[in-house]
Design a protein around this ligand. Structure first.
Ligand SMILES: NC(=O)c1ccc[n+]([C@@H]2O[C@H](COP(=O)([O-])OP(=O)(O)OC[C@H]3O[C@@H](n4cnc5c(N)ncnc54)[C@H](OP(=O)(O)O)[C@@H]3O)[C@@H](O)[C@H]2O)c1
Length: 257
């Protein structure tokens, strides 16, 4: 199946590396224009150039913004809309790996996690929805992780933010289906990104991946491009009958289906 996104414009948060970069490259290669959001200009510009090289000249726009505040989400949205003209596709992907025992998580830690992972998705969805509804076509993907369904010990605050993200996905999907705005969640497992590389510490990377792979039924850590493949399908016309779904994208790792 040749999946194309010609004429579509996407706003992707956390796009300077990892899964966000892989989705930006994949969408640009399929003909979309992408506004790529992150806080750090240097890596973001390198990522933008990579996405543009996969697409066409002008296909990728770098948007420097901190989406953990209301002002930052507004600025990101306005810059993306001014640069691309419209937003058909929103991917709420920016996140981090804050996982602590409950008694070690302060109010500040909880608030920061909720601001980045939940409120950014709420605010950006609110900003993008009027145009999506008016044109009767829109796609939103919330990138979550398997803790959304199977929270375990030492997973505060992220498991709570992710569970809320899954509920948000379902609320939005049911309210927006009459407007042909489709909203889904992708529950990640373990992928070869900076987030996972950082956790390797001093260990050789291949040894670290081999250790992680023991917990994954498919026996290997995922490639970001494999994550982007499903994202591309969901935001395309080919994914037009899927909404309100939370899809494990994890080599079989999650305990819950
Ligand atoms: N990789 C995995 O195996 C895995 C596992 C579980 C969950 N996830 C989730 O999947 C998503 C992507 O993961 P990843 O591994 O690709 O992440 P990553 O490599 O750590 O990249 C995170 C991206 O988000 C941006 N970002 C962070 N805070 C931001 C903020 N306040 N405002 C704007 N941009 C911000 C970062 O750029 P700046 O720092 O320059 O802003 C970067 O582009 C995240 O939500 C992550 O929690 C990933």
């Amino acid at each position: 199946m040749d999946i194309r996104l010609d004429g579509r414009c996407a706003l992707i948060t956390g796009a300077s590396q990892g899964l966000g970069l892989a989705m930006s490259v994949k969408f640009a290669a399929a003909g979309a224009k992408v506004a790529m959001v992150a806080r750090t200009p240097g890596p973001l510009e390198a990522a933008r150039a990579q996405a543009e090289a996969a697409g066409s000249p002008g296909a990728a726009l770098a948007v420097v913004a901190d989406i953990s505040t209301a002002e930052g989400t507004e600025a990101a949205y306005q810059a993306a809309k001014a640069g691309l003209g419209k937003i058909d596709i929103l991917v709420n992907n920016a996140g981090g790996a804050k996982a602590l025992p409950f008694e070690e998580a302060s109010d500040e830690t909880w608030q920061a996690d909720l601001d980045l992972k939940l409120f950014a998705a709420i605010r950006l969805s609110r900003l993008c929805l009027p145009d999506m509804k008016a044109q009767r076509w829109g796609r939103i993907i919330n990138v979550l992780n398997s803790f959304a369904r199977t929270p375990g010990p030492r997973s505060a605050p992220t498991s709570v933010s992710r569970a809320a993200g899954l509920a948000l996905t379902k609320v939005l999907a049911s309210e927006l289906a009459p407007h042909n705005v489709l909203v889904n969640a992708m529950l990640t497992g373990t992928f070869k990104t900076e987030q996972i590389r950082r956790a390797a510490g001093d260990k050789p990377l291949e040894d670290w991946y081999a250790t992680l792979a023991k917990r994954i039924p498919l026996g290997r850590v995922g490639e970001p491009e494999e994550f982007a493949n499903l994202a591309l399908f969901l935001v395309s016309d080919a994914g037009g009958y899927i909404t309100g779904a939370g899809i494990n994208t994890d080599g079989g790792q999650a305990a819950a289906p």
